[in-house]
Ligand binder design. Structure first.
Ligand SMILES: N[C@@H](CCC(=O)N[C@@H](CS)C(=O)NCC(=O)O)C(=O)O
Length: 219
């Protein structure tokens, strides 16, 4: 068994971030799938938050996708996924935070309001604004791509990508869209889709649609 074990769930975008980091860094790991709808007792005992991703590295347990990815960066410094220098690292962390603090809440609001179509026009606008900000303040200012920070893939890319993979479902179900003028963002998605770490962890559109439709069926 590898010294690194990742407890994961096939549909979880947060666990996907960490799987992508492990693949990008070339770290051998054991993948243990957890049935989140019927959590085994051993998992409940092991996982302080009862959530995936959960990483076991020797005797260390690490949880929260963003923290796990930073831990991997510290523990396995070969093949770095963070830039060098305080300024560049600060910028990277700002965008990692932007994903969780700004983009994801806007996306989650669309799910929360799925039964209230009147609210979705405002939600669509909010999501489009987040994408425009990513385009103008991020991709157009930070470098010439193809990745978020320039020529090298980084933890910023891995933070965002699982949610952009699922975004076509938001288009189909709730009419959300990436604005036409966000050309760099679209090119960035294509660059990420071409990476092995994405190909090995991505799920097809219909897989995600089945899960989003279940939200609609749920009470
Ligand atoms: N903030 C956490 C979120 C992780 C999370 O919400 N995981 C979900 C699956 S996608 C989970 O384990 N849910 C089980 C539960 O909440 O009981 C992270 O970034 O790792």
């Amino acid at each position: 068994m590898a010294e690194v074990e990742l407890f994961s769930y096939e549909a979880c975008p947060y666990a996907q971030r960490t799987r992508m980091a492990l693949i990008e860094k070339g770290i051998a790991f054991t993948l243990t799938e957890v049935d989140l709808y019927n959590k085994p007792d051993w998992f409940k005992q092991l996982s302080p938050y009862g959530k995936v991703p959960l990483l076991r590295h020797n005797d260390n347990l690490v949880y929260e996708s963003r923290i796990i990815n930073e831990y991997l960066e510290d523990a396995f410094p070969d093949r770095p996924l963070m830039p060098q220098g305080a300024a560049a690292r600060g910028k990277a962390r700002i965008w990692i935070d932007y994903c969780d603090s700004y983009l994801m809440p806007a996306l989650h609001k669309m799910i929360a309001d799925r039964r209230e179509p009147a609210k979705q026009a405002e939600n669509r606008k909010a999501v489009a604004e987040k994408f425009r900000f990513m385009e103008t303040e991020g991709l157009r200012k930070l470098g010439n791509g193809p990745y978020w920070l320039g020529t090298d893939v980084s933890l910023v890319d891995l933070q965002f990508m699982p949610f952009l993979e699922r975004f076509p479902c938001y288009e189909t179900l709730w009419g959300a869209a990436i604005p036409e003028d966000c050309t760099r963002l679209k090119a960035w998605i294509a660059a990420m889709q071409a990476r092995d770490s994405h190909k090995q962890t991505a799920k097809p559109f219909e897989f995600h649609m089945t899960r989003y439709r279940r939200y609609d069926e749920a009470a």
